[in-house]
Design a protein around this ligand. Structure first.
Ligand code: GLC
Length: 436
């Protein structure tokens, strides 16, 4: 590891922190506040500037809607350097949206519960952080209530996402078969991402037509959850998203017990938790593939591919010891060759694997971070150590980029960092892994 990497990571986080009290993920490419980014970023700040960690969380929570929903992007500033922006998403169409914070009408993985718990674990002044948690945790609970009440039409304890951007893994090959069920018009729009980043590393225009089409449909119905559940061509139970929800349930149970009182909320969380974990294992575990998979709720069929999301249930303590052994074996066989850094975002043995294109193959530090803790949870210390040292090696060779080539052969001359540079969560989660 290079000597000055800690200072560099802190500089990136400090630079990306905006006066209003939130961080941009990366200059130019992502000029607003993103939901799951903010959680990871707060964990990074907690290691050296707890006040910023609190502000990051607080600003995001301020954007919550009257129905408990927390949006995926909060458009704190006006700029035409990003598409699609506030005038496209029009969150104000929803009768319970937050008019003070223009946003998207979709969400992102629910990381806030476990972010609060991590902040507490990291804190040196525990009382101070517990007070902060006490003042804010109910909003996170309210957000989970929204998920269980509005996003689980068959009452299974598994929530759906209605857009690929809600998954956080935007253009994963997992969605390819869903795009085939749609035939959107060709929208006229001006991409902005490809003015910042090489288009070979980003989704295609035709893929964007599908993304925009789902939003148009949701807007036609003023972002009404029931209408979306009935009509969206994209309706998926995602193992990564549901793992984040379950881990955050767990974290809230622990934190409410620390705070004291709140018996009803703890009982409700425990009830959700039992049901969610049971359904997760019954429905999303694919024994033949040896992995957790996505389920297409619109077309009522499993989506049988292995991605880094397939291993995220380790982080939430969902698999049995036996299931953990099976999925870790799959991971090491398919993703863990000597010539590869852990962990590619999509099955490197699949013909859909693309090592340079966003979520179709590159390594992402946030998924590695989840995997690192997940493997430790189950006692796989050697593999956990490899995930950590691979992550540090990649970052030290390529810099704090957004995503990275998994093939070691690509690191001989040029560093292989892709997407946005000085990327906040790569810096934040590096700081956290280093301390653990
Ligand atoms: C990309 C990623 C998403 C992330 C966002 C901001 O859209 O796919 O996961 O939240 O960038 O960093």
């Amino acid at each position: 590891m290079k000597k000055d990497m800690i200072a560099e990571a802190q500089n990136i986080l400090n630079d990306n922190f905006q006066e209003i009290g939130y961080s941009i993920p990366s200059k130019g490419l992502y000029p607003f506040q993103w939901k799951w980014d903010s959680g990871f970023i707060a964990i990074g700040f907690a290691h050296y500037d707890m006040e910023k960690a609190k502000k990051e969380m607080k600003t995001l929570l301020n954007s919550q809607w009257k129905n408990g929903f927390i949006p995926h992007i909060v458009f704190h500033i006006e700029t035409d350097s990003y598409f699609p922006g506030r005038d496209f998403h029009l969150s104000k169409l929803h009768p319970e949206s937050n008019l003070d914070y223009p946003s998207t009408g979709m969400t992102q993985p629910p990381v806030l519960g476990f972010t609060l718990e991590k902040m507490y674990e990291i804190a040196t002044d525990k009382d101070d952080v517990l007070t902060f948690i006490k003042d804010n945790i109910d909003q996170v609970y309210f957000n989970h209530q929204y998920f269980y009440n509005k996003r689980d039409p068959q009452n299974e304890g598994l929530v759906y996402i209605y857009h690929n951007w809600e998954s956080g893994t935007d253009n994963s090959p997992i969605w390819d078969d869903i795009w085939k069920t749609m035939n959107p018009p060709q929208y006229t729009f001006e991409r902005r991402d490809t003015t910042h980043v090489n288009s070979a590393q980003r989704p295609t225009n035709r893929e964007y037509d599908h993304y925009l089409d789902i939003i148009e449909l949701a807007k036609e119905h003023n972002y009404d959850d029931a209408k979306i559940a009935a009509l969206s061509p994209f309706l998926v139970q995602d193992p990564l998203f549901n793992s984040m929800l379950i881990k955050s349930n767990d974290a809230m149970i622990n934190l409410y017990k620390l705070i004291g009182g709140n018996q009803e909320k703890v009982a409700q969380l425990e009830q959700w938790q039992a049901k969610s974990k049971a359904s997760f294992n019954a429905k999303l575990f694919d024994k033949e593939l040896g992995a957790y998979i996505h389920y297409d709720l619109r077309n009522e069929k499993p989506i049988r591919f292995v991605s880094s999301s397939s291993f995220s249930p380790l982080f939430a303590g969902i698999p049995s010891t036996e299931q953990a052994a099976i999925i870790i074996n799959t991971m090491m066989t398919k993703f863990g060759g000597e010539d590869m850094y852990l962990c590619a975002s999509f099955d490197p043995t699949s013909d859909r694997f693309n090592p340079e294109k966003y979520w179709r193959g590159p390594v992402w530090i946030n998924l590695n971070w989840l995997l690192y803790y997940g493997l430790k949870n189950y006692g796989y210390m050697t593999i956990a150590a490899r995930v950590k040292s691979d992550s540090i090696e990649i970052l030290s060779k390529a810099g704090f980029y957004e995503y990275f080539d998994a093939r070691k052969s690509e690191y001989t001359i040029d560093a292989k960092g892709y997407g946005g540079g000085n990327f906040s969560w790569s810096a934040a989660l590096f700081l956290d892994m280093l301390e653990n």
